[in-house]
Ligand binder design. Structure first.
Ligand code: DO4
Ligand code: MG
Length: 289
């Protein structure tokens, strides 16, 4: 089952679910203390609750009749890094001073986990993502994102773009927060695929395509089975001495890094597609420095 936040043509914002057929609106005024998508995700049985909340006065939605919004409410967004060999190698090459840190963190018991975004820094599908005006080398990082409940339960998955200024993080690892956290630094969506006991990382195929003036200028793919760490391991480290009262989104790291001569430019379009979740398309903006 997929859950999403959507906007209708009159801009009314609603929560919707898709149980294998078409998208259906939910009526969130039926159950006490359930007012948002986050409330459904943080409930003991998100799929059961969503089915119960289907709005019987509304018919199924047709694609084109609504647009997807970022599927978060008041949750924070965190990120794990250097969880794929590709990211370890690229980071060691970009940073002379930081190379040994990236090498060690790839195999150390403790993963790299950093704070990525507050909701106001997150863009949903078709909303712009930004290249910092003080960066000449910024790349998209297409990542599988875990949706985690306040008790640490893996509730679902979505697609995310962990925009990264590689020149800033490469100059000095202490600049990582500036390379990663700024306005419109984080893409999420289009929908949340609820977790099931039979999910396997290999099933999440991740594809990145960047278009410039309609032409493909960068393209690559991987799958989450290439990750060096498990989902439960990453969630366990995130929650150590770190309560996440409203639930959280956890990026799992990138296994795709465009070639070193590639940087995003104003006007580019980034598409991230993950099996079972959908396609996150983001126009790129960069202000003149
Ligand atoms: O240490 C830098 C960030 C790593 C990261 O974001 C990734 O591997 O995805
Ligand atoms: Mg990343």
């Amino acid at each position: 089952m997929q859950l999403a936040k959507i906007a209708l043509p009159d801009n009314e914002r609603r929560v919707a679910m898709n149980d294998g057929g078409s998208w259906k609106l939910l009526n969130l005024s039926q159950v006490e203390r359930v007012h948002t998508l986050a409330d459904i995700l943080n409930s003991p049985d998100p799929a059961g609750l969503a089915r119960y909340l289907v709005d019987s006065n509304a018919g199924p939605l047709t694609i084109g009749e609504f647009r997807f919004l970022a599927p978060l409410d008041n949750q924070e967004v965190w990120a794990a890094g250097v969880t794929y060999k590709r990211s370890q190698v690229a980071r060691m090459e970009e940073s002379e001073s930081g190379a040994s840190h990236y090498d060690k963190v790839y195999t150390a018991p403790r993963p790299e986990i950093f704070f990525k975004a507050t909701p106001n820094r997150v863009s949903g599908p078709l909303e712009p993502l930004r290249v910092r005006s003080d960066s000449q080398w910024t790349v998209p990082e297409p990542e599988l994102v875990l949706v985690v409940s306040p008790t640490g339960r893996l509730v679902g998955y979505t697609a995310g773009n962990d925009m990264s200024a590689r020149d800033i993080e490469g100059e000095n690892p202490l600049y990582l927060p500036q390379a990663k956290v700024y306005q419109q630094c984080c893409g999420l969506g289009p929908a949340i695929l609820l977790a099931t006991p039979i999910d396997t990382p290999e099933n999440f195929k991740i594809r990145l395509t960047v278009r410039r003036g309609g032409q493909v200028v960068s393209e690559d793919g991987t799958h989450a089975g290439q990750m060096a760490r498990s989902f439960t391991e990453l969630i366990g480290w995130l929650l150590k001495e770190n309560p996440i009262d409203t639930g959280t989104f956890l990026f799992t790291g990138t296994g795709i890094i465009p070639p070193d001569n590639f940087s995003l430019e104003n006007g580019d379009e980034v598409t991230i597609e993950i099996t079972g979740i959908g396609t996150l398309v983001s126009p790129i903006v960069k202000s003149a420095s």
